[in-house]
Ligand binder design. Sequence first.
Ligand SMILES: [Zn+2]
Length: 319
Amino acid sequence: MNWISNYVRPKINSLFSRREVPENLWKKCPECGTMLFHRELSDNLNVCSNCDHHMQFTPRERFTALFDGGIFTEVKVPEPVADPLHFRDQKRYPDRLKAAQKATGEHEAMLVAEGEIGRTPVVAAAQDFSFIGGSMSMYVGNAFIAGAERAVQMKRPYIVFSAAGGARMQEGILALMQMPRTTVAIQMLKEAGLPYIVVLTHPTTGGVTASYAMLGDIHIAEPNALIGFAGTRVIEQTIREQLPEGFQRAEYLLDHGMLDRVTHRKKLKEELVSLCRMLMGMEPPVAGDLPAPPAEPALAAPEAPAEEAAPTPKGEPKT
Ligand SMILES: [Zn+2]
């Protein structure tokens, strides 16, 4: 019995547990269906290597890729009043918040950070679509304003990555009030003569599109991002007309003058660095790092005399 319980059973258990493969190692591209290995996908900035589809990118992942060496400092955001309307749908609002915090590991739907990109100091804010649809809440408003105030204080450009389904319904009118609040914050940046750049990511809709996402000095979008105020179906039903192909997509909006650029995620950092430096009147960016000094001759030179010199001190005390 001892032999079975002490040796055989653990052996069998270890055989079975070894076969359990973590489910999140592979991710399916929602556009072309290719299975992508998670590490390969994160190395590729969450862009499908087969069809170039730009997948969801959390603020933390984005900042790690954006800031030099992945180093950034979070900007502190003042905490708003919790659940002022005591809103309840299928769940109580505080429970919904807690579930989102647990699922994303983030405190709220916007992350604000400061640091350097391409040796250019900036303040950046990014919205998290995985956190209750990136919805604009009082916290998001506070975060946006905290970022703008920090940018003015440090005299830095302000870059915002938008992603939202609109205003957070659980906060009602208080969420909608973030539209004028953020507009005032942008005015503050303009009065300070600082650039405000918006990067619209998939999807940016509702109140966010109707406020801070469309008030930038420059509007850049990621390829194929959905950007609009109301949904296509709502517009079609209202105007009773068929809308054109690709309506509300980044490329369509670029053609119709709503955007300045549509930029691939891999080229985004480079473009933001150039824009920030240009608008701040700084020197042009250094293209890439300086090449390393030639290794071989430099290494060979100090080694050779060291080997020759080594025996002499040892020899000297003997004589
Ligand atoms: Zn794909």
